[in-house]
Design a protein around this ligand. Structure first.
Ligand SMILES: [Fe+2]
Length: 361
């Protein structure tokens, strides 16, 4: 063997390829368990995309997924781009349009507004326009860029690959029309949701009072769901991998996050907050202390169609089976009594009492 040129330790001590790329983008990076308000979070000039932006790297997502905030100036547009990672976009404020095309296809344009949810299909060209001349538009997106960039560690390939995934996007008319298919288990498959704020949900009681719906989009491996639970109620604790990013659409409250046999970490939230479920397989539980239903949008790995990545989430139906039966959920009757004590105390501050017919009080 020849004399080694440098220590392998020095090589592995370098930042991960995703982090190296992130530094070259030159925008703020927000960290922690939560972003208090996506609408007012700090953003900085973002030359590659156009407009302003900030990355969001929530603790515990373990480089499997990230988020970013983007602001498009009044009357402005972003630069066209394509990339080899999935991206789900949620409009926080404003209205405008997006144009999508693939290598051979003609351009297809659709309009969006506050509350719209859509995803440029994998590696399609896309460009986003602010339709208002007097106000900025702001959106938040979740991507699987950390995983993809770390896997290929070649940024040129990520942004300049010429392959058309025609199985994901054929260029067919009406792709972003908002039409879709309804499946059992509250699943709606569509490539465009015009307004998540008022999307009609279906009752689902296995995790406590409330309703939800799951979104499957553009044959992604990533997906979304919306949940809502009533005033003065809380959901059952459960756990899974740490890739879900929750965006509060309405209401106020808090969530508790904790590892097995560990202490709680608390995240207080309100409309516009974003947080995740802590580190890998931490329990998490959401509490509504307001006088209106709390509604959130969750963006995460594990679409139903392609949810086969073992790290991405607990395999269904473990998510709503009791931990006593090998599942991942703590039933109300099994929970730490301090959970309800804290909830009563927090509700008392706003003159409310728990409205939890199924739980111990
Ligand atoms: Fe969860």
């Amino acid at each position: 063997m020849t004399t080694p040129e440098k220590s392998m330790e020095n090589i592995v001590a370098q930042a991960a390829p995703y982090e190296q790329w992130q530094k070259t983008e030159g925008i703020p990076v927000l960290r922690g368990h939560s972003v208090d308000d996506l609408k007012t979070a700090e953003v900085g000039p973002w030359a590659r995309k156009g407009g302003k932006g900030a990355f969001v790297n929530l603790d515990g997502t373990e480089m499997s997924a990230d988020g970013y905030i983007c602001e498009i100036p009044p009357g402005g547009s972003q630069n066209p781009e394509r990339h080899m990672f999935e991206e789900i976009i949620f409009i926080l404020e404003g209205r405008g349009a997006a144009t999508v095309w693939n290598k051979d296809g003609r351009k297809q344009t659709f309009e969006w507004g506050r509350g719209s949810l859509f995803t440029p299909p994998l590696n399609t060209w896309h460009q986003i326009f602010n339709g208002q001349g007097d106000k900025p538009a702001r959106y938040v997106a979740i991507t699987n860029a950390p995983l993809m960039i770390n896997l290929f560690h070649n940024v040129d390939f990520m942004f300049n690959c010429d392959y058309d995934f025609r199985d994901r996007y054929s260029g067919a008319d009406g792709f972003f029309s908002g039409k879709g298919k309804n499946y059992a288990e509250r699943i709606w498959e569509s490539n465009f949701i015009s307004n998540v704020y008022d999307f009609k949900l279906q009752e689902w009681k296995q995790r406590g009072p409330g309703a939800n719906v799951m979104f499957e989009m553009a044959d992604n491996t990533t997906a979304a769901h919306v949940s809502e639970f009533p005033m003065a109620s809380y959901k059952k604790a459960h756990r899974h991998a740490s890739t879900a990013h929750l965006i509060i659409l309405s209401g106020q409250g808090y969530s508790l996050l904790w590892p097995d046999d560990g202490e709680w970490e608390r995240v207080d939230w309100h409309t516009g907050s974003m947080f995740n479920n802590g580190h890998d397989r931490w329990f998490h539980q959401h509490f509504n202390t307001g006088r209106e239903p709390a509604r959130y949008l969750a963006l995460h790995w594990q679409s139903r169609k392609y949810g086969t990545l073992s790290f991405s989430c607990s395999r269904r139906p473990l998510g709503w089976i009791s931990v006593k039966e090998g599942g991942a959920q703590i039933e109300y009757e099994d929970e730490d009594p301090r959970i309800m004590e804290l909830f009563k105390k927090e509700l008392g501050k706003v003159g409310l009492k728990p409205q939890m017919p199924g739980a111990k009080s």
